[in-house]
Ligand binder design. Sequence first.
Ligand SMILES: Cc1cc2nc3c(=O)[nH]c(=O)nc-3n(C[C@H](O)[C@H](O)[C@H](O)COP(=O)(O)O)c2cc1C
Length: 385
Amino acid sequence: MVPVNIHDFRELARRRLPKIFFDYIDGGSFEEETMRANRSDFARFGLRQTVLVEPRPQDLSTSYLGRRHPLPFMLGPVGFLGLYSGGGEEKAARAAHAAGIAFCLSTFSIASLADLRAVTDGPLDFQLYVLEDRSLCEEFLAAAEQAGVDTLFVTVDTAITGIRERDVRNGFRSLTRVTPGLLARLALKPRWLADVALRGMPSVRAIEHRPEFGRGALEQAANLSRRIDNTLSWKDIAWLRERWTGKLVVKGVLAPKDAVKARDLGCDGVVISNHGGRQLDGASSTIGALPAIRAAVGPDFCLLLDGGIRRGTDILKAVGLGADGVLLGRAYAYGLAAAGQGGVAEVIAILTKEISISLALMGISSVDELKALRGSAIQASHPSG
Ligand SMILES: Cc1cc2nc3c(=O)[nH]c(=O)nc-3n(C[C@H](O)[C@H](O)[C@H](O)COP(=O)(O)O)c2cc1C
């Protein structure tokens, strides 16, 4: 199959990955209602078609977090990219940087920030899970400073991990080492095996020197998740604000009052996110939450959004409703799993083309013009009485 859209990349990822990893990427928590709502709620909003506008040069660049970005989307933090494709973090970062967009490395990564800096000098961000052991947080922050990280995304919606039933069925959560049974299941996907496993046992590079986390990515991951600080509160955000001198963004906000609180504490922005429907099932979709949050924080505070982005039109709807930019999650993870760096590059190219065509059909010449229209380019998808 030649992939023509993100859904095709999802299907290719399904074919190429061992089921245990595909389900980990693809699944959500409990009934997966919020995960589905992230997608289906985009259909509540439509884009206003405008015709016969004098053609003007198109400009898809826009500003947020103090920088000009060539496109209104970036690659957000997705854990364990190196398990979906060998050198996955490096491949995703390279593809992002070839398109000029930012890449945000997850705390839960095979590659470290230093590994990425060895292969690319493009814009790098870092996503922090605050761990009980603050000395390790300090190490992460020092590594981020060293790597010239621009923006720190602190993820706040995972104090407790939601139950993802596909993972429970597959035994994903209890995996700490490669057993003969697991090996037999992995061997069903020889292309994946050759790419990832035959490079040697992957390991979380940032904590390799900490023997208490064990050996090998699976055991280290289990230990890392257990040590996420589940007492995290606004006090810790205030501490981080003091400690981190770069841009600070709180990821995982859905309530207007939480966005206002982040703004008032001096954070530079929030990501409106429900972790891709992987945490509180029943939480609102992110696109549904956006208009009230924009109204609450005012026009100037940076709002990013993720969740269910699979189309260029999703990105236009988010920006049209007040997001300054958008983060991709599964969309690029599917591309990576399906076809490595080229797959991520293709996902970026497809979304760029979809944005470009749709914006032109809306009679709008630039992403900044869409922003300036402040919602008037967006309509209810079935305007009636
Ligand atoms: C496989 C997977 C791993 C993820 N790992 C992280 C992570 O390590 N840190 C984080 O802040 N968010 C993580 N997320 C959440 C994403 O950053 C993002 O919020 C979510 O994927 C957006 O929804 P979408 O995938 O439907 O676009 C992960 C999501 C997926 C699917």
